[in-house]
Design a protein. Structure first.
Length: 382
């Protein structure tokens, strides 16, 4: 029986986490490991017991809480909500209050203290502000407050709120894994509400110029079965000319829904180049000018079709370039050999690789480093 009570207590005491919104069908469901159906944020004030042997001193500061718990009720994602706590100083010296970071850390949760340090007989207000627009699921956050009261050196604030999204995007995210200059890619979304409300999509906000968006009211064929109220079709299109690199940010759907005006669609993924050269610039380091040196570049083709490296050249004096196939049409090594005799000073050269691909006919790789008269640098450089 004791084991059961301890197990139950461990479950009740386990910290809950906040989650980003993610919606499908008529009710919120998990998609990523941090997604949940509803969000409950708790903010209660708990007093940490003083160390043994420390007694209250009326001549010093005394921290007294007048409101122990804040329950903010159920709210949709949207404007921030704030829980406020009053801390009185009933002692005879000024009371200092220093808020700490939320535990566990949650983006969009901040705390401020007004009227601190608190004079004897005065009171301070601690405000815990929660950004709800991107939150959904169930979680707990605590705000520690450090004081100079030896009897109560630390307070802990805990606030309760349930963020219940009404607008739904299905699938609720857009992940792209594409190669540059291949083709445009489009991921469609359905936007509707769980309360059956009539609403309009007013605009879409894109996190990147290469990410185009469009919307229209869903046709009969596009509507999700069993859902009442308005439904809208949203297209998120990544241009084939999108820059190489990671995709981040949210597409924000702005609506005139009476209770929730915005819904976020997270964007993720990566745009690969047609050809990737490693390293993207050849840093050969410090080179003894009385010795030859060489370096090697790895070239990979990520395009749908295979290609060939037709030739390569380097503009460093006397340099010879060799192309070594690794995987036919897909991978190569480009070896550059530079003879001795380059004058002392910085190296500023370039390797040019010519391909059979119309998407990327030429690859330019900078070469940098420095020629020194005498050096213990390795023959092959870096």
């Amino acid at each position: 029986m004791r084991r059961r009570r301890n197990a139950a207590r461990a479950v009740l005491d386990a910290p809950r986490e906040f989650h980003y919104q993610r919606r499908v069908q008529n009710s919120p469901v998990p998609s990523f490991r941090w997604a949940r159906a509803t969000l409950a944020l708790a903010c209660v004030v708990a007093v940490v017991a003083p160390p043994l042997g420390v007694a209250a001193d009326d001549a010093g500061p005394r921290a007294v809480l007048t409101n122990a718990e804040q329950k903010l009720g159920v709210v949709p994602p949207g404007p921030p909500v704030t829980a406020t706590f009053r801390i009185d100083n009933t002692g005879g010296a000024p009371l200092t209050l220093t808020p700490g970071s939320p535990m566990p850390f949650v983006a969009g949760v901040t705390s401020t203290v007004e009227n601190a340090p608190v004079p004897p007989g005065g009171a301070a207000t601690v405000a815990v502000r929660i950004e709800t627009e991107k939150l959904a699921g169930e979680g707990t956050v605590r705000i520690p407050i450090t004081t100079n009261d030896p009897a109560t050196p630390k307070l802990e604030l805990l606030t309760t709120v349930e963020v219940k999204p009404l607008l739904v995007a299905d699938p609720g995210y857009a992940r792209f894994n594409v190669v540059q200059k291949e083709r445009d890619g489009t991921i469609a979304q359905k936007v509707f509400s769980t309360d059956g409300a009539t609403f309009k999509v007013l605009s879409l906000e894109s996190p990147a110029a290469a990410l185009r968006t469009s919307f229209h009211e869903a046709t009969a064929e596009e509507r999700r079965e069993g859902v009442t109220g308005s439904q809208w079709h949203v297209d998120v299109t990544l241009s084939q000319d999108a820059p190489v690199g990671a995709l981040t940010g949210d597409v924000v759907v702005v609506t005139d829904h009476p209770k929730q005006s915005r819904v976020h669609i997270p964007i993720s993924g990566f745009v690969r180049p047609v050809f990737a050269v490693t390293p993207p610039d050849a840093d050969v380091g410090s080179i003894d000018g009385s010795r030859p040196f060489r370096f090697t570049l790895d070239v990979k083709n990520f395009a749908t079709e295979t290609s060939a490296l037709e030739r390569a050249e380097c503009d460093l004096k006397g340099a010879a370039v060799e192309i070594l196939p690794v995987t036919e049409g897909r991978a190569w090594k480009v070896r550059v050999s530079v003879p001795e005799g380059l004058p002392p000073g910085p190296i500023a050269g370039r390797v040019r690789i010519f391909t059979s691909s119309a998407k990327a006919p030429q690859l330019d790789v900078p070469v940098r480093g420095r020629i020194v008269e005498k050096s213990s640098a390795p023959v092959e450089g870096k």
